[in-house]
Design a protein around this ligand. Structure first.
Ligand SMILES: Cc1cc2nc3c(=O)[nH]c(=O)nc-3n(C[C@H](O)[C@H](O)[C@H](O)COP(=O)(O)OP(=O)(O)OC[C@H]3O[C@@H](n4cnc5c(N)ncnc54)[C@H](O)[C@@H]3O)c2cc1C
Length: 307
């Protein structure tokens, strides 16, 4: 092990796990991606902060990873360090009255863990997020949403370690949220989110969650390896519908295929490569442009280096 890593991972500075040359296909819903130089799972906020300060000092690039459900990692893997938030998954009630409940939710909490917690307790506000995989951190960073529900609508504030290594609280209104995006920069590490939900009848919340999930299952191939919607919906239009009408359903390059159920989902049919995925994206985007004159923009984040 190089000297710099020996220091970074020494006792007292870092508690957690670390691995070298970790295949990212094991950490993405698409099951695609070459190795990360280093993959770390810090166990506590201090270790996370120490990592970030040291990476900055030593100019080592880092990438915060949630559930890996909205990213495409290139075949050459990721230079530097991938930071996993796996160890941060606590949900805590911090305030409540007869109308509202405020929760503190750690960034690595599976979003579906939070949806289920709300369903079991009769807390309303995130029913439409049912079936969206990944973590709460990823959902805040990308302002995940569906069926008219969005993460930003329930967010009060977040705790983040900023690019300078300072632990700070940011109010939701000071974060620039947009459609499937936020102003949180890749250098910032989101530790937890405070959200406000409304108290409601358990059976009503439960019925809404179940009906949205049923609808999602009908419309999207949610059990096949994908990264969700590949392209953003252009203003007032559906990217899936445009791709479908451009005749792209079932189109395939290598082991990547445009889903026959929802054309904005590309599926890994076996041993797909990121380079094939990107080529298919280009081909589909070109078809849509030729047919409708509309330029599709990626919703998934493409990261890493070419093979
Ligand atoms: C079957 C399927 C269905 C989907 N349906 C929907 C849907 O209906 N609506 C929707 O909006 N999305 C959907 N998605 C996309 C995806 O699940 C969401 O965007 C999800 O919120 C991403 O969360 P993640 O934890 O996997 O983030 P990742 O993919 O791991 O990361 C996404 C971005 O967030 C950043 N990030 C993650 N955690 C942190 C952190 N703690 N601190 C700082 N930065 C962080 C990463 O650096 C990256 O830039 C779907 C995906 C799949 C596979």
């Amino acid at each position: 092990m190089k000297e710099e890593w020996r220091y970074i991972f020494s006792k007292g500075v870092f508690e957690g796990e670390f691995r070298f040359m970790e295949p990212m296909k094991n950490h993405t819903s698409l099951r695609i991606g070459g190795p990360a130089d280093v993959f770390v799972i810090p166990q506590d906020p201090l270790s996370l902060r120490n990592l970030q300060v040291n990476f900055k000092k030593m100019q080592i690039p880092y990438f915060p990873l949630g559930g890996g459900t909205n990213i495409l990692v290139k075949d050459g893997g990721i230079e530097g360090v991938v930071i996993s938030f796996k160890s941060f998954k606590r949900i805590e009630v911090i305030r409540e009255d007869n109308k509202y409940v405020d929760l503190s939710v750690e960034a690595g909490t599976p979003l579906q863990g939070l949806v289920n917690f709300s369903k079991w307790n009769g807390y309303s506000g995130i029913e439409g997020l049912t079936g969206i995989p990944g973590t709460v951190g990823g959902a805040v960073c990308g302002n995940a949403g569906a069926f008219g529900y969005e993460m930003k609508a329930v967010l009060i504030s977040v705790w983040m370690i900023d690019a300078e290594g300072r632990l700070e609280r940011f109010k939701a209104e000071d974060i620039d949220f947009g459609y499937r995006r936020s102003g949180i920069s890749p250098a910032e590490l989101l530790l937890s989110a405070e959200i406000r939900l409304m108290k409601d009848k358990k059976e009503d919340v439960s019925a809404r969650v179940d009906s949205f999930l049923k609808e999602k299952r009908k419309r999207q191939p949610i059990s096949a390896p994908s990264a969700g919607c590949v392209f953003k919906n252009p203003d007032g239009l559906s990217a899936g519908k445009l791709i479908d009408e451009a005749g792209c359903k079932g189109m395939r390059i290598g082991d990547v295929e445009v889903s026959n159920l929802h054309a904005n989902f590309f599926i890994n049919k076996g041993e797909a490569k990121a380079s094939d995925f990107i080529r298919l994206m280009e081909k589909v985007a070109l078809r849509v442009k030729e047919k409708f004159g509309i330029v599709l923009e990626p919703e998934i984040r493409i990261i890493g280096r070419d093979a």
